[in-house]
Design a protein around this ligand. Structure first.
Ligand SMILES: Nc1ncnc2c1ncn2[C@@H]1O[C@H](COP(=O)(O)OP(=O)(O)OP(=O)(O)O)[C@@H](O)[C@H]1O
Length: 261
């Protein structure tokens, strides 16, 4: 077991505001983490540091054995898969599904004059098959349903065969059927011994796949609790995180939370 992510005493300050406050967190290569916390808790900010898109103001962030600030982030980023709403917005609506996936090999969002070799094409085709997208390869990204777009973006994030996969609210905006379809697919990924380490930010406990192993709870830029799901996903820790009394319901190895009156 080795660490793919090691944050030590990280602060991130913008103006007067501390977006992250003394955050220490380690993710090992076989782990699948969910990050939970109320709006504005700092989840996306933390993920942006893990994705080598933001630097901490203080503290150290080691990503895949490289230290942020001492590494060329353009060499590091292809080793990290990322999906997020801002990245999705960069995909041109007229781009095809195949090109949306394959262009991740060059780290660009729209195909232009880059050359792709057979290995790139083969990898993109495997991912389209794995994510049940082969029938949509020639469709324009902008014409897809929300669920199809989410699958394309995850396939794209996996294009470079990353060692760390970061998913920022991958199921946002999906209906129950779309959510369940995605949760099952993410669960299969989480259960796979060949999958990279996974970190997923979500607002909804129902979206946590069964095979996710660890949870990080955040509030006001700070860590409330971090560790194995069984230790961390408790009514007490979740109530503290969200600032209201919560009842936790377990269905098998899935969760839901409701206000405790
Ligand atoms: N550049 C910035 N300057 C000042 N404040 C910022 C900046 N970027 C983010 N923030 C603030 O930092 C806080 C944390 O934002 P972040 O997006 O990380 O939270 P989050 O937990 O992902 O929230 P949500 O669940 O609503 O997406 C928010 O209060 C946000 O307004």
């Amino acid at each position: 077991m080795s660490a793919v992510l090691k944050m030590t005493d990280i602060d991130l300050v913008r103006g007067e505001k501390k977006l992250l406050d003394h955050v220490s967190w380690t993710v090992n290569d076989s782990e699948r983490w969910v990050v939970l916390g109320p709006n504005g808790a700092g989840k996306s900010t933390l993920l942006s540091i893990a994705a080598a898109r933001l630097h901490p103001t203080r503290g150290s962030a080691e990503i895949l054995d490289e230290t942020l600030g001492r590494v060329d982030v353009f060499e590091l980023r292809p080793r990290i898969g990322l999906t997020s709403a801002p990245l999705a917005e960069q995909i041109p609506a007229r781009e095809t599904v195949f090109n949306t996936v394959v262009t991740a090999a060059w780290g660009v969002a729209g195909r232009w004059r880059e050359q792709y070799d057979d290995a790139d094409t083969d990898r993109a085709n495997v991912l389209l098959r794995d994510w049940d997208l082969q029938g949509l390869a020639d469709r324009k990204f902008g014409s897809l349903s929300s669920g199809e777009k989410k699958r394309v973006l995850i396939a794209r994030a996996l294009m470079t065969d990353p060692e760390l996969l970061l998913l920022d609210e991958p199921a946002s905006g999906l209906d129950v059927g779309g959510r369940e379809d995605l949760v099952v697919r993410l669960d299969e990924l989480a259960a796979s011994a060949t999958a990279p380490a996974v970190v997923m930010v979500t607002h909804h406990l129902e979206e946590v796949p069964e095979n996710f192993t660890h949870a990080l709870l955040m509030r006001d830029g700070a860590v409330v609790a971090a560790g194995p799901v069984a230790d961390v996903m408790t009514p007490t820790a979740l109530s503290q995180t969200y600032g209201l009394p919560l009842k936790l319901v377990r269905v098998g190895r899935r969760f839901a939370a409701f206000r405790q009156d």
